[in-house]
Each structure stands twice: as C-alpha cells, then as structure tokens.
Design a protein around this ligand. Structure first.
Ligand SMILES: O=C(O)CCC(=O)C(=O)O
Ligand SMILES: [Fe+2]
Length: 281
C-alpha cells in the first residue's frame, strides 16, 4: 500500500486516502486502491471533482456498471445515479441496507461523490459485515450458517412512497414485476477475501426461509441490531467533493435524512457484482 498515503478511521472499518486526484491515477495507485478497499471496506477521498463521465470511467476500473431501476441519472451518463433531495424522496436510504440486494447479483461496490452538501446534517454511516459476523457468539454462527433469506425491493421502495398517479403506479408495478423477491445466504462468503459476513439488512431482507414468521422476525431483528453496533460502524461527515467507495459485498450503510428542506445532491456509480454464496471456512 506504499502507493497511497492513508489514515485508518477505525480498527474494524474505513480509511481516508490523501494526496491523490482521482482524475489522474496511475495503474499502481489503482491496484493499491483496490487492495485498500478489500482491507478497509469503505474508503474516502477529499477534494475531488469528477464529471459524470469521469466518475463512470473511474468506477469502471472495478468492473462493468449497473443501471438502477428506480433512481434518475445524469444527462451526461446513464450510469451515474443522481440522489437529489429536492427531486427524489430519499427516505429509503435512511434504512440500513446493502445496495440492490433485491437482485440475484447485487453490486460489487459503489463510487459516491458529494456534489452539494447541507450546512448541517446528511452524514452517512457504514457498518462492516465481517466485523459483525466475527463478533457473533459461536452458537449463533452455527445456527445461522446454512440459512437463506428473502430480499424484496418493496421493503425500501414501497408503493406509498411514489405518489399514486396512474403513470407512477404503472411504472412501479413494472419495476416490481422485473424485480421479484430473491433468496440469498444469511452469511455471505466474500468472493475475494473469503471472509464471512452477515448479509441481512432492514432495508431489503424480508424473512428467513423455512422458519416460522415469528421466529424469523425475532432472529432478523436481533441480527439487524447486532450488525450496526458502534464498534462495527463509522460515520462520515461530508464536504462537497468527497468521494466514498464501498465494498458492497462487505458492508451495509445508511444515509441520514436529518437536514430538513436543505439541498443535498450525490452522484453514484454502481459496479456490477456476482451471486452471493456461503462456503464453510
Ligand atoms: O446519500 C448517501 O449518502 C448514500 C445513499 C445511498 O444509500 C447510496 O448511494 O447507496
Ligand atoms: Fe445505498
């Protein structure tokens, strides 16, 4: 990691990379960024300025990009989602979630750039799924290791959220039909590091399969609460020009919606990922 000047944020998660302009990076720096991301799970860069096409090109270093079924995009690049608090209801991002786990192959990761940040509020929190898994009691690890759970887009994008014009309703019904509920392992083995991570979130995980609903609800509530304990999480206070990159296979996150009517705009590129699996260590 000698190609990068970094500061660790917390033992479990996070690093800041200094003295780098993401518009001009060498192959050596890119390799170091990838290694740092695997190690720290979410990494931050201050003082950046990537146009939508430059942000998409940078994100493509990690893999092919995803087009989101719900969020609007920039005119310059359809691969850049615009999260604009004055244009879209962003309350769904305030639930702890891992991005797009309502799909069979959730994203590998995201590159998020702060374009406009309120004077106060609007922080984002990330939690390490690995740290959460590692800290589970051994009997819980044994209990959950073979389980699978159903993830559903409707938990975070419910009908009530989208206005009820016929046009909106038809669009949403089409989105639901194209994204039926999917099943994922409750413990996910990271494809690169082979680390185990807890892979359920309040944003998208509906129920654990082959378990009475009440037991599933109780177990999920306990796992949700455990996943986001202080020692597994960090909180990022944004400045415009910040970029965060997270490993979506190893984290969950939550964007606070605590800034009233203030204007907050973020640009996100989403890198395609593969099908989650569990493999015994
Ligand atoms: O707006 C943010 O800080 C993050 C929103 C979010 O959940 C995302 O971009 O995946
Ligand atoms: Fe998200």
């Amino acid at each position: 990691m000698s190609a990068l000047n970094t500061t660790i944020i917390k033992p479990a998660i996070g690093a800041i990379v200094h003295d780098i302009d993401l518009n001009h990076i060498t192959d050596e720096q890119m390799s170091a960024i990838k290694a740092l991301l695997l190690d720290r799970q979410v990494i931050f860069f201050r003082g950046q300025s990537l146009s939508p096409t430059a942000q998409a090109d940078f994100a493509r270093n990690f893999g092919e990009l995803h087009i989101h079924p719900v969020f609007p995009t920039t005119p310059e690049s359809r691969e850049i989602i615009v999260l604009d608090s004055h244009a879209t209801d962003l309350r769904d991002n305030e639930l702890w979630h891992t991005d797009v786990t309502f799909s069979k192959t959730p994203p590998l990761g995201c590159v998020l750039q702060a374009i406009k940040i309120p004077e106060s509020g609007g922080d984002t929190l990330w939690a390490s799924s690995k740290a959460a898994y590692d800290a589970l009691p051994e009997d819980t690890k044994q209990k959950i290791k073979g389980l699978t759970a159903v993830h559903d887009i409707r938990l975070s994008f419910p009908e009530e959220r989208f206005g009820m014009s016929d046009e909106e309703k038809a669009r949403l019904d089409e989105i639901y039909a194209k994204n039926p509920p999917v099943t994922h392992p409750v413990v996910r083995t990271h494809p690169d590091t082979k680390a185990q991570g807890l892979f359920v979130t309040e944003g998208f995980t509906d129920y654990i399969k082959d378990m009475p609903r009440e037991d599933s609800d109780e177990l999920l509530q306990a796992l949700f609460a455990h996943s986001v304990k202080d020692e597994f999480t960090l909180r990022w206070q944004w400045q415009a020009g910040d970029i965060a990159i997270w490993d979506n296979r190893a984290t969950q996150h939550k964007a606070l919606f605590d800034y009233g009517d203030a204007h907050r705009i973020m640009h996100r590129a989403t890198v395609l990922g593969d099908e989650p699996y569990y493999q015994e260590a």
